[in-house]
Design a protein around this ligand. Structure first.
Ligand code: PMP
Ligand code: GLN
Length: 407
């Protein structure tokens, strides 16, 4: 059916609804893989190592502060950019851990999770005809946000090397840039691969960004999850020479404080960039999470021991699940950070991750995520699947025992 500008004649039958009313540029996007796989886990009573959410609550100080705020009259619209105490805490946290200085008044914006910050940044900076350089596999909301803006994604493939580390070809990175490049969208530590971009890799990206006068949007939600045996440490792209003024740096409370359902995130950057993102964000959600904002401010100020303890806990979980996956016959690609480990299914006779993951609950009662859905070049990820290890040790032990049935 085509759109007709004419109104139907009085009494005429209502026009038939379009087969799919969704605008064509969003039609490739169905239900997210995370929702689909969590649904599969519920339906099959499988252990859900698909969607990345912890199965324990975050720090008690944060939960107490949220409770006090809920009962303390902090339930109306907070200020548009976020409450001052949270913006101050976000600024202090970035100074403390990364030496980055942002003015809480004008250089920091509180958002509905990192997801909204990413969408608002892309919508603010890109329009039809623009190009966004990103790395594949990419977090699923990137493709959707780029599509919403009308821009085109230019993915650079991360491929596992013999060492088990995912790497990109510098020539492919350079080839992805061009006159229409508007934004580089970088996620490090990287979901789903667990890759932490090295200083050398970051400087290649920074150089091209400057050469092509592009902005950088960085997704650093796993900033505190770089494991102690990683060859890299977390380096925000904004700390590289010439990058602060062109970077929107995004993070959120969800992962660091085990509260993925709270959806409190933030964007930091120079005033003009944050102003651009704010002007879009204010018409997406306006504001969010009033009583949760003061609680996240408390969490960001926790002592270093919280952050190192959190990392050490996840590292032990990574080791527990990785050993189990290896024992079950997977070729495990050891992650340097994040909540996730990817594994090659080829040694188990698997050829296609989607098929493999759809059959896994029946075969052994575990849910994982096929990473091919995060690639444009699907073949590069067809044999790879992702498992989340942000679960209690007994849950991981159960999953490992179940996976043992695959052999
Ligand atoms: N980016 C990445 C790489 C993620 O893994 C996630 C999931 N936490 C998000 C963004 C979304 O973060 P939030 O829940 O804060 O919107
Ligand atoms: N970030 C989580 C993951 O990668 C999922 C978030 C979501 O469901 N959108 O598993």
């Amino acid at each position: 059916m085509t759109h007709s500008p004419a109104l139907p004649a009085p009494g005429a039958p209502a026009p038939a609804p379009q087969a799919d009313p969704l605008v064509p540029r969003m039609r490739p996007f169905g239900t997210t893989i995370f929702a689909e796989m969590s649904d599969l886990a519920v339906r099959t009573s499988a252990v859900n190592l698909g969607q990345g959410f912890p199965d324990t609550d975050g720090p008690a100080e944060m939960l107490d502060a949220a409770q006090a705020a809920l009962r303390g009259g902090r339930n109306q619209y907070p200020p548009g950019p976020g409450i001052p105490e949270l913006r101050a805490a976000v600024a202090a946290h970035q100074k403390r851990f990364w030496g980055l200085e942002y003015d809480p008044d004008g250089e920091i914006l509180i958002t509905a999770g990192a997801t909204e910050a990413i969408a608002a940044a892309i919508l603010a900076l890109c329009e039809a005809g623009d190009e966004v350089v990103c790395f594949e596999p990419y977090y699923d909301s990137y493709a959707a946000s780029i599509a919403l803006s009308g821009a085109t994604r230019r993915p650079v493939t991360l491929r596992p090397t013999a060492s088990g580390r995912y790497e990109f070809d510098p020539d492919e990175l350079r080839a992805a840039f061009g006159p229409r490049t508007r934004v580089v969208l970088l996620n490090s530590p990287h979901n789903p691969t667990g890759k932490v971009f090295t200083a050398d890799e970051l400087s290649q990206i920074a150089q091209l960004c400057q050469e092509y006068d592009a902005y950088a949007v960085t997704d650093e939600v796993y900033e505190h999850l770089v494991f102690t045996d990683s060859a890299s440490r977390h380096v925000p792209l904004a700390t590289l020479p010439g990058m602060r003024e062109r970077t929107v740096r995004i993070s959120s409370a969800g992962k660091t404080f085990s509260c993925t359902g709270w959806k409190i995130g933030w964007a930091s950057g120079p005033r003009p960039l944050v102003s651009a993102v704010t002007r879009v964000k204010q018409f997406l959600t306006y504001v969010n999470g009033a009583p949760l904002q003061p609680a996240v401010a408390v969490a960001l100020g926790l002592p270093d021991a919280y952050f190192t303890g959190f990392r050490d806990d996840l590292q032990a979980k990574r080791d527990q699940l990785s050993a189990g996956l290896a024992a079950a016959g997977f070729d495990v690609l050891r992650p340097e950070g994040t909540y996730f480990v990817t594994a090659d299914i080829t040694p188990l006779g698997g050829k296609d991750g989607v098929e493999f993951c759809l059959g896994l609950p029946e075969r052994c009662g575990v849910v994982a995520v096929p990473t091919q859905v995060f690639y444009d070049h699907v073949d590069a990820g067809r044999h790879l699947v992702r498992f989340a290890f942000c679960k209690r040790p007994e849950v991981l032990a159960d999953a490992v025992a179940r996976l043992g049935k695959l052999r």
